[in-house]
Design a protein around this ligand. Structure first.
Ligand SMILES: Nc1ncnc2c1ncn2[C@@H]1O[C@H](COP(=O)(O)OP(=O)(O)O)[C@@H](O)[C@H]1O
Ligand SMILES: C[C@@](O)(CCOP(=O)(O)O)CC(=O)O
Ligand SMILES: [Mg+2]
Length: 325
C-alpha cells in the first residue's frame, strides 16, 4: 500500500489569464488531499471517495466494463474523471497499463471552490499510484503527469498552475509551460468560503467567449498579466501592502470578465472594510472562496459576521508539496 498527500492552493494573482499564457502566482496552502493506493491481483480499478455525496462513493471497473454504481451521472463523472485520469497517468509512467489498483481518496479541501481540490486529488493519486507500481516520481514529474490528467478531464482547458503548486508546494510562478518556485515573505492569508462552488469549465469558456468577442476583454486579460508582473516585484520585496492593492485590482478585472458572484463580492468588501491589505476571489470563481491578506484578526471577525460567508479560516503557506506518507 502507498499513501501520498498534496496541498490545495490560493491564487495570489493571475487565474483565468494564465489559461492564455499570462503569468500567474498560486500559493500552496496547508489543506491537503490524501490518496491511498493498493495494487490488486486482477486488472480492475476500484475508486473509493468519501467526500462525494453523503454516503461516500465507490466504483469498480475493468478494462472491458464500464463503472457500475448507483449514482446520478454527473456525480459519477465528477467522482471518477479526475481519479481515473490520474490512475492512467501513473500506469503509463510505470509502464504498467493493465495494473489493477484500489484507490481511496479523502480531502480537506472544499470541492469546486477555487482552492484546487481537483489538482490536489490528482497530484496525490499520481504519486501514490506510481509509488505502488514501483516508480518514485520527483515532484516535477508528478506535476507534469497531473497536469495532463487535469487537461484531459477539462477538455484542454487547464493551465499548469494548480498542479505545479500542489506538487512542489510554496509560492510558484507559472507562465505557459515555464513553472518555477518563488521566494515569498510571510503571507497572512484569510480564506472566506460561501459554501458553494463554480463550474470551472463553464467559467473558463465564458472568459474565452468574451475575449473573442470584445477587444477590451482581451485587453483585460493582458492587463491581468501586467498586474502579475508588478505583483512579482512586490512579492520579491516583501511589500505586503502593495500585494494587497494589486489583489484588489485583480479582483476588479476578474469581476469585469464576469467570473465573480454576489457572495464573492460581499466577502471581498467585508474583508476590505475590515482593513485587509487586499482581497480577491481565488480560482475559477462563480462561487466558492475569496482570499484576503490580513495579519490581524479583523478580517476573520468581519467574515464571521458576513451572511454570505459560511466558513472562514486562516491558510498557512504549505512549504511541502506532494509527499509520500
Ligand atoms: N475528495 C475528492 N474526491 C473525488 N473527487 C474530487 C475530490 N475533490 C475534488 N474532486 C474532483 O474535483 C472537482 C472540483 O474541481 P474544480 O472544479 O477544478 O474546482 P477546484 O479545483 O477549485 O476545487 C470535483 O467536482 C471532483 O470531480
Ligand atoms: C480558472 C483557472 O485559471 C483556475 C481554476 O482554479 P480552480 O480549479 O477553480 O481552483 C483555470 C486553470 O488555470 O486551469
Ligand atoms: Mg480545479
Amino acid at each position: 500500500m502507498a499513501t501520498a498527500s498534496a496541498p490545495g492552493k490560493v491564487y495570489l494573482f493571475g487565474e483565468h489569464a494564465v489559461v492564455y499564457g499570462e503569468p500567474a502566482v498560486p500559493c500552496a496552502i496547508e489543506r491537503r488531499a490524501r490518496a491511498e493506493v493498493t495494487e490488486r491481483d486482477d486488472d480492475h480499478v476500484r475508486i473509493d471517495t468519501a467526500d462525494l455525496g453523503l454516503e461516500g462513493f465507490v466504483a469498480e471497473y475493468g478494462p472491458e466494463s464500464a463503472p457500475t454504481v448507483e449514482a446520478p451521472d454527473s456525480l459519477l463523472e465528477a467522482g471518477l474523471a479526475y481519479i481515473d485520469a490520474a490512475v492512467r497517468e501513473a500506469r503509463d509512467a510505470a509502464d504498467a497499463p493493465d495494473a489493477g489498483l484500489n484507490v481511496s481518496v479523502e480531502s480537506d479541501i472544499p470541492l469546486g471552490a477555487g482552492l484546487g481540490s481537483s489538482a490536489a486529488v490528482v497530484v496525490a493519486t499520481v504519486a501514490a499510484a506510481a509509488h505502488e507500481l514501483g516508480l518514485d516520481l520527483d515532484s516535477r514529474d508528478v506535476a507534469e503527469r497531473a497536469y495532463r490528467a487535469e487537461r484531459d478531464v477539462q477538455e484542454g482547458e487547464a493551465s499548469r498552475a494548480d498542479t505545479f503548486a500542489s506538487a512542489t508546494g510554496g509560492a510558484v510562478r507559472v507562465e505557459g509551460d515555464d513553472c518555477r518556485s518563488l521566494e515569498a515573505p510571510e503571507l497572512p492569508f484569510v480564506v472566506g468560503y460561501d459554501g458553494g462552488s463554480g463550474n470551472t469549465g463553464e467559467l473558463v469558456a465564458g472568459v474565452r467567449r468574451l475575449r473573442e468577442e470584445y477587444g477590451f476583454a482581451a485587453d483585460t486579460v493582458s492587463a491581468i498579466g501586467d498586474l502579475v508582473r508588478d505583483g512579482e516585484h512586490a512579492l520579491a520585496e516583501g511589500d505586503v501592502e502593495e500585494l494587497g492593492r494589486l489583489m484588489d485590482f485583480n479582483h476588479g478585472l476578474l469581476e469585469a470578465l464576469g467570473v465573480s458572484a454576489r457572495s464573492l463580492d460581499a466577502m471581498v468588501w467585508a474583508a476590505r472594510q475590515a482593513g485587509a491589505h487586499g482581497a480577491k476571489l481565488t480560482g475559477a470563481g462563480g462561487g466558492g472562496c475569496i482570499v484576503a491578506l490580513d495579519p490581524t484578526e479583523q478580517t476573520e471577525t468581519a467574515l464571521d459576521l458576513t451572511a454570505e460567508c459560511e466558513q472562514v479560516f486562516r491558510a498557512e503557506l504549505a512549504t511541502d508539496g506532494v509527499r509520500l506518507e
